[in-house]
Design a protein around this ligand. Structure first.
Ligand code: NAP
Length: 260
């Protein structure tokens, strides 16, 4: 498979190139801030993007303008409504895979917090803590937001109504159903997400810790292999892992409750 990488000189870009070569891919084009966006689209089967919002927007604008149907795997975080609108616009003719976290274990965590959101009512306060290295540019992380959205959705709440990103000075009392976000940016932490469901008499905390950026790069490579077989549209980790997870979860619960 032939791919190009946007953000090729970056930490993630380097990991993607390494993982791609291990998988036997041909990395045709490596693009960073000094290169032209159109270089991404010459003779490739897919583009993998781990760059920054400005570069991702330039890529999406180029795809929109030229109506190219080369699959895009987007891992860049800190994206805004402009990017989401552009992704939706180009997905009418192009395959777009967007995941703020390409780790399979984080996909499992996302499913687990959705289940906890369903199982535990709003008597349980939800707090999400993300820890990342000192150089990370966006906060909270895209993954933290994704996890919060899953819990809000499980509780049939609008995420914008329940998310609280700011606590400083004299603060209003916590509202029922609130999902609080806290952030640490320090040292060389690759990425850690802790989701807490805090009840009056008991708590559940579930944590994912990334020990290597390889997990995201390998996830992006798998996503590229998967998306080239899909129709135009916009896809995420749930679409990618659904075929694997749905039978797994069905049999898990059947087995669990069948135990004597
Ligand atoms: N989805 C996931 O699983 C996941 C996992 C980890 C990280 N990420 C995200 O991936 C992104 C990259 O992370 P990183 O740690 O690799 O960052 P990084 O080391 O700062 O690398 C950023 C890359 O983007 C390029 N770039 C910056 N501005 C550009 C522009 N205007 N046009 C083209 N290229 C440009 C840089 O090129 P120059 O060297 O020329 O400046 C560099 O190659 C971040 O958004 C991060 O949050 C996602």
């Amino acid at each position: 498979m032939k791919i190009s990488v946007l953000g090729a000189t970056g930490a993630m870009g380097g990991n993607v190139i390494k993982a791609a070569l291990q998988e036997g891919f041909n990395v045709v084009s490596k693009v960073s801030s000094k290169d032209r966006i159109e270089d991404l689209f010459r003779n490739v089967d897919a583009v993998i993007d781990f760059s920054c919002p400005v570069a991702t927007e330039a890529m999406l604008q180029y795809v929109k303008g030229s109506e190219i149907n080369i699959p895009l795997v987007i891992g860049t975080t800190g994206l805004s409504k402009i990017h989401m609108d552009l992704m939706n616009r180009v997905s009418s003719f192009c395959r777009v895979f967007y995941a703020p976290n390409m780790s399979f274990l984080v996909a499992i965590l996302n499913m687990a917090v959705y289940a906890f959101g369903k199982l535990l009512n709003e008597d349980f306060d939800v707090e999400i803590l993300d820890k990342h290295h000192a150089l990370k540019k966006d906060a909270p992380s895209g993954t933290a937001i994704m996890l919060g959205k899953s819990i809000a959705q499980a509780r049939n709440r609008s995420f914008d109504d329940v998310a609280n990103f700011v606590r400083y000075g004299i603060i209003p009392q916590r509202m029922r159903g609130e999902i609080g976000f806290a952030v640490q940016r320090c040292g060389k932490v690759i990425g850690s997400h802790e989701v807490s469901f805090m009840g009056e008499y008991e708590n559940i905390k579930i944590t994912h810790e990334a020990h290597s950026k390889d997990i995201f790069a390998k996830g992006a490579i798998k996503a590229a292999q998967w998306i080239i077989k899909q129709d135009p549209g916009i896809y995420n980790m749930n679409d990618f892992t659904k075929d694997l997870m749905v039978p797994m979860v069905k049999s898990l619960y059947k087995d669990f409750f069948a135990r004597s």
